[in-house]
Design a protein around this ligand. Sequence first.
Ligand code: NAP
Length: 248
Amino acid sequence: MKLLQNKVAVITGGSRGIGKGIVEVFAKQGAHVAFTYNSSSEAAQALASELSALGTTVRAYKSNAASFEQSQELVDQVLADFGSIDILINNAGITKDNLLMRISEDDFDQVIEVNLKSVFNMTKAVQRTMLKQRHGSIINMSSIVGVQGNAGQTNYAASKAGIIGFSKSVALELGSRNIRCNVIAPGFIETEMTAKLDEETVKSWRDGIPLKRGGTPQDIANTCVYLGSDLSSYMTGQVLHIDGGMYT
Ligand code: NAP
């Protein structure tokens, strides 16, 4: 049996990395998927057409998650195309790393807007639909860095810690309507985001992982299947650490 048969999922930042892994695994588990991208138009369209062969509807939408208006327009369009939204995964994110001494106001603001404000934008946009349906699962992508901090990532850590507080509050506000909201805190996952790091940083991250390997997008996607499906129907307001044992 497919765990997400006929559920409709909206996934932000699905053109590559973790988001792409989630789109692939969700389509294989029978979900209809609407996913967004910011600039990778070609990769996004290729992914959508490749996965449509699996028999579910997979569509790519260009939408800047940091924009309140674009998020609302996206949700309206997805509802027109798919009819409902059962699962929202706020995955889109960026880094602009620098030490506090050197970081610019613009780099701080951009990371907060794309990583944290986007979660507010999208959650607010789907709320009415999920309230009417009286069900929904919202999954927000935080990071181990949001829990334990990281030198050179004050902006990113603040955005990812903010996601946890936001999600726990949403879980409390919407639980009575059977809308669940949980957080995933990935550790070191090998994607284009981490490919930017220098070798020494990567080695020190890897050395600190009890399972002795970096994570894959599929590791995170499998947790999303659990949180999006009815298998997790009694779980809300939680932070799942998917990090090979880094955070203990
Ligand atoms: P990635 O490879 O850099 O991919 C980022 C995705 O987000 C891309 O699809 C990108 O679209 C999209 N995106 C960026 N800005 C956007 C915007 N303004 N609006 C809509 N989409 C936007 O990153 P990743 O490693 O897969 O990370 C995915 C999420 O996991 C992020 O929230 C990240 O913070 C979190 N995370 C990652 C790790 C890790 O080790 N990789 C660890 C902890 C948490 P385009 O292709 O169009 O730019």
